[in-house]
Design a binder for this molecule. Structure first.
Ligand SMILES: *Cc1c(COP(=O)(O)O)cnc(C)c1O
Length: 397
């Protein structure tokens, strides 16, 4: 084997885990770092440097607000969707507890990202009651299931718009209407939907919505929480120290990060339709290229889903078909995610796949392929060849 082939980088098909920063975005960010650039503290009120930094942070805020149909005053910068989710959930719970002197009831789903599930566990330990809704076999939360779980003391519902493992889309608008009729706050984790499908907070009717820049070709380490102004939506700050972001989130704003997220939001908005159609075409090409493999099955809804995610089970059960760990290890030329989370040494099957009814063996033999803006047709054709040859080899063994 020649060095050039043995050192070839795998093909990146893990855009749902993170995306590379768009070159246009990186260029804008680089202008906000050095002495010649826009490096100052955006909260410095006494000199031109500070004013200029504040100006670019505020125009970035407008770009982010625009992506989701919000007002600029409704955007709170955070370090990512994890922090935005924590702020929304703990912030709303704290206000409720202060007003009612007791913990109320929170509804979420069993297949949320850990950045929702873990803060909810923490709140449960603090005395709040929690219901985790089961998804249907397609990975979608049905509105009747939500309606059936509402209680007299339910004050907060947190449901994701697009599931990060399956790509399926929830009907947030209907959930929000139901919550509104009962005076319940609704939070939505939109980390996988914003920049991929049209997201408009006014049309959806949500109170709180979380964003992450690195899921739409912005930098890691920055995100935002939308906090609706109308209707008196209040959340308590979880990070104190100076009262930035209208007292909801203190800390010096990272000018380059905000600018990067803003630019990425504008780019994503501009290319929403064309990117979406092209990426859906590539995803379909990939599926058509492997759909005839024995015992193969697509996980989650194939109709009500974002364009970039394809989750596939490669085995009907443990007795025949292939072992997921072996499959992942053999697909060395592709960078994908397994249906298992690697917890230290042991591979535990994905809780999302288990919740939609897959067995441990099926979940362990599942892979998530996620396609993005820079994926090419040649890469997909190569991936199909590679998957087919690896599966053939494993089934023989
Ligand atoms: C990536 C992701 C998060 C976490 O976002 P960070 O910005 O990495 O903290 C939360 N929820 C969903 C659905 C995600 O895909």
């Amino acid at each position: 084997m020649t060095p050039s082939t043995s050192f070839r980088k795998p093909i990146y098909l893990d855009y749902a885990a993170t995306t590379p920063v768009a070159p246009e975005v990186a260029a804008k960010m680089a202008e906000c770092l050095t002495l010649e650039g826009n490096f100052a503290n955006p909260a410095s009120r006494s000199h031109l440097f500070g004013w200029q930094a504040e100006e670019v942070v505020e125009s970035a805020r407008a770009q982010v607000a625009n992506l989701i149909g919000a007002d600029t005053r409704e955007i709170v910068w955070t370090s990512g969707a994890t922090e935005a989710n924590n702020l929304a959930l703990k912030g709303a719970a704290e206000i409720y507890r202060t007003q009612h002197k007791t913990g109320g009831h929170i509804i979420t789903s069993a297949i949320e990202h850990k950045a929702v599930l873990d803060p909810v566990v923490w709140l449960e330990e603090q005395g709040f009651a929690v219901t985790r809704l089961p998804p249907n076999p397609q990975g979608i939360i049905e509105v009747d299931v939500l309606a059936g779980a509402l209680r007299e003391d339910t004050f907060l519902v947190s449901l994701m718009q697009v599931n990060n493992e399956l790509g399926c889309i929830n009907d947030i608008k209907t959930f929000a209407a139901l919550c509104k009729s009962r005076g319940i706050l609704i939070h939505c984790d939109a980390a996988q939907s914003a920049g991929k499908i049209a997201v408009n907070v006014k049309e959806l009717g949500v109170d709180l919505l979380s964003l992450s820049a690195h899921k739409f070709y912005g930098p890691k380490g920055v995100g935002a929480l939308y906090v609706r102004r109308a209707g008196d939506v209040k959340i308590a700050a979880q990070i104190h120290g100076g009262g930035h972001e209208r007292n909801m989130r203190s800390g010096t704003l990272a000018t380059h990060q905000c600018v990067g997220m803003g630019e990425a939001a504008e780019l994503a908005q501009r290319s929403l339709i064309t990117d979406g159609e092209r990426i859906a075409g590539l995803r379909d090409l990939l599926w058509e290229g492997i759909a005839d493999l024995p015992d193969i099955k697509r996980n989650g809804s194939s109709t009500n889903a974002v364009s970039g995610i394809l989750n596939v089970a490669f085995a009907a059960d443990a007795s025949h078909g292939c072992d997921g760990e072996a499959l992942l290890l053999s697909l060395r030329d592709l960078a994908v995610s397994s249906g298992s989370a690697c917890n230290s040494a042991s591979m535990s099957p994905s809780y999302v796949l288990k919740a939609i009814g897959l067995s441990d063996a099926q979940a362990q033999a599942s892979l998530r392929f996620s396609v993005g803006r820079y994926t090419t047709c040649e890469e997909i054709e190569f991936a199909i060849e590679h998957i087919r040859s690896v599966v053939a080899k494993l089934k023989k063994a």
